[in-house]
Design a protein around this ligand. Structure first.
Ligand SMILES: [Ca+2]
Ligand SMILES: [Ca+2]
Length: 320
């Protein structure tokens, strides 16, 4: 401002300080403009940059959106699969929660009451035992998986939920006093539920088998024993099968010259007893007729039913 006054004073154009000032201002303004120019250039450059950035961004966005779109198409299927998996997981969790709390679906309970000889309270208790046994199986499978170098061995156990043969065998031995040969134990496990074919026992199969085992009629129990003794499930107990079963039942005497001879003799005696139609093998009809006439022969080929005292003590532990 001071320099303006001076300039204006020296040029006698004091009345025009304003244009001066304006000029100055203009100059300043120009400067400012120049600055603005630079600014504009910068701005232009900035704009260009911004534009190119924007362009780049657009390109990126486009790429991203294309990428996303393609991803979406993939993930659409994936998300469907994921959703189904999640739903299954939820249902499984729900079922597990119900199972853990010992709750049975009322419809299933009704169905089980019709198919078994158990009361509602007994079924509840037996279901709880089932859960416990299954969790034992799962625990055993997990332990096996972590201890085994090849986890694949344990996978089939974990994949199908149910009571596996190891836990089943332990239960039969400790709870029902069944002390028998390996082969018979395996047959009991496989005959327990006609549908499971040696797979882990599911709830329904476990309960229906248990009903026969503990409360079955003479006919049901005899049919169960027949299934156990028919080792190859062809509908007949043959001499070979009798031989295998009876040899396992007999205590071998070390002084016997040929213990198998004794077993062969025994097979002939037992066959005569059972083979009513004299065709050289024991059919279900032969077996039923023989056992009906002489109930003690029901376990002629090895123990596969619980003792009466074991049944009584089992029901007393149910506490229902
Ligand atoms: Ca057979
Ligand atoms: Ca026959």
């Amino acid at each position: 401002m001071v320099s303006h006054g001076k300039t204006g004073g020296s040029k006698g154009r004091s009345p025009t300080p304003t244009p001066n000032r304006d000029n100055g201002g203009g100059a300043v303004g120009g400067g400012g403009g120049g600055g603005g120019g630079t600014g504009a250039q910068t701005a232009t450059a900035g704009n260009n940059l911004a534009r190119s950035t924007l362009h780049a961004n657009k390109t990126i966005l486009k790429t991203v959106s294309v990428f996303l779109a393609s991803g979406k198409r993939n993930s659409n299927n994936q998300s469907k699969t994921a959703a189904t998996a999640l739903q299954n997981k939820r249902q499984l969790r729900q079922r597990k929660m119900e199972e853990l709390s010992g709750k049975i679906n009322p419809k299933l309970l009704d169905n089980l009451r019709k198919k078994t000889r158990f009361t509602k309270d007994e079924l509840d208790a037996l279901c709880r035992i089932y859960r416990k046994l299954v969790s034992n199986c799962q625990y055993a499978a997990k332990t096996l998986a972590s201890s085994s170098s090849s986890a694949a061995i344990a996978k089939p156990h974990a994949a199908v939920e149910g009571i596996d043969r190891i836990v089943f065998r332990e239960l039969l031995h400790s709870t029902f006093d069944i002390v028998t040969e390996e082969i018979l134990m395996e047959r009991i496990f496989c005959s327990w539920d006609k549908a499971h074919e040696g797979l882990p026992l599911r709830l329904e199969g476990w309960l229906i088998g248990l009903s026969t085992f503990l409360r079955g009629t003479a006919t049901e129990r005899a049919a169960f024993c027949f299934r156990v003794y028919d080792l190859n499930t062809d509908g007949f107990i043959t001499k070979d099968e009798m031989f295998t079963l009876l040899r396992n039942c007999l205590i071998k005497q070390p002084q016997d010259e040929d213990p198998d001879e004794g077993v062969k003799d025994l097979v002939e005696i037992v066959l005569k007893k059972f083979d009513i139609d004299k065709d050289g093998k024991v059919s279900l009809e032969d077996f039923m007729a023989t056992v009906t006439a002489e109930p003690l022969l029901i376990e002629a080929f090895g123990q596969c039913l619980p003792t009466d005292s074991a049944v009584v003590s089992f029901f007393s532990t149910l506490q229902v």
